[in-house]
Design a protein around this ligand. Structure first.
Ligand code: UD2
Length: 283
């Protein structure tokens, strides 16, 4: 499945530059050894957040064990795990320079409130703790697993990931929020890509602005008794429309199911796990 990356590192079957000249990272477009040579000298710390409330703690073992095989190996990583069930967090052996902090958060009844509530918790975490501790942050869904290398090629000021369902769709098919009443509204004919909220990141200041803005916009919606069609993902897409990511990751970095093949996907690095939504979201 993985074609070896070789000089001169370009591909003709995928677009690897956005219209505002941000790189779109695909296997075959970069040299991982050269990237390490450049980035390792800085000794960056990458904060990585995961939320696992209710039955979603069942996904933690696979996610953390697979991360410890593929995710920023050789770099400093600090996982922050937010859960309402700290006793259900599995013991996972961390590699050198990787560590995990567990934080208890209150349980919530609606899964949508858990998903959207992440923005406010991330905003506070960055402002109150990470500013002096980390250089970059990635925020990951828990119903996911790593299958391949995810390293410093993903670092940038503001990093968005192209949603695996929509990467080859025309933009009129994107499931942006289309109701004017919502703060996440994007008019027809606008938008660049459809981004997933299952993973995003960047430098602390940039992700702080993102989380703060999304939290504020969701509060405006709440006051107006409206909830965006895809919750915080709709607000994230609105944010990225007006604050363009400086780096985009191809759907290799969040695939839809390891078993669904696609010609352009040479490597599945990280994938969403198929789940029974009503079962896992029930109390
Ligand atoms: C999509 C997005 C997700 C989010 C959601 C909002 C993708 C691949 N993912 O996923 O990021 O924007 O839509 O509609 O596009 N969680 C818990 N406990 C719960 C419920 C949720 O811990 O009971 C957390 C957990 O980290 C989970 C995340 O919230 O990964 C998002 O929930 P989801 O994965 O059920 O949402 P989903 O699959 O609709």
């Amino acid at each position: 499945m993985s074609a070896k990356s070789v000089w001169p590192y370009y591909r003709t079957d995928v677009v690897s530059l956005s219209p505002w000249l941000a790189p779109i990272i695909w296997e075959g477009t970069f040299d991982p050894a050269l990237i390490d040579l450049i980035y390792k000298q800085y000794n960056f710390t990458i904060a990585t957040t995961v939320f696992a409330l209710g039955k979603y703690t069942r996904f933690l073992k696979d996610l953390l064990e697979s991360a410890e095989q593929h995710y920023f190996i050789g770099y400093r990583v600090h996982y922050y795990l937010f859960t309402d069930k700290p006793e259900a967090v599995p013991e996972v052996k961390m590699s050198e320079n990787h560590r995990l902090t567990v934080r208890r958060v209150p349980s919530l009844d609606r899964w949508q409130d858990i998903s959207m509530g992440r923005m406010e918790i991330l905003e506070k975490l960055i402002a109150n703790e990470l500013i002096n501790e980390s250089d970059f942050i990635f925020c990951l869904d828990v119903d996911t697993k790593f299958y391949g290398h995810w390293g410093a090629e993903t670092l940038g000021r503001l990093v968005g990931i192209i949603h695996p369902w929509f990467y080859d769709f025309p933009r009129n098919k994107f499931t942006y929020e289309r109701r004017r009443e919502s703060a996440a509204f994007i008019p027809d004919g606008e938008g660049d890509y459809y981004y997933t909220a299952a993973a995003f990141g960047g430098m602390l200041e940039d992700v702080y602005q993102l989380t703060k803005t999304c939290r504020q916009q969701m509060n405006i919606d709440r006051e107006n008794s409206i909830e965006a069609i895809w919750h915080e993902e709709s607000h994230l897409n609105k944010y990225f429309l007006y604050n363009k990511p400086t780096k985009l990751l191809s759907p290799e970095y969040l695939w839809r199911d390891i078993n669904i093949p696609a010609d352009q996907i040479r490597v599945v690095r990280f994938s969403h796990i198929a789940k029974n939504n009503s079962e896992v979201r029930s109390h």
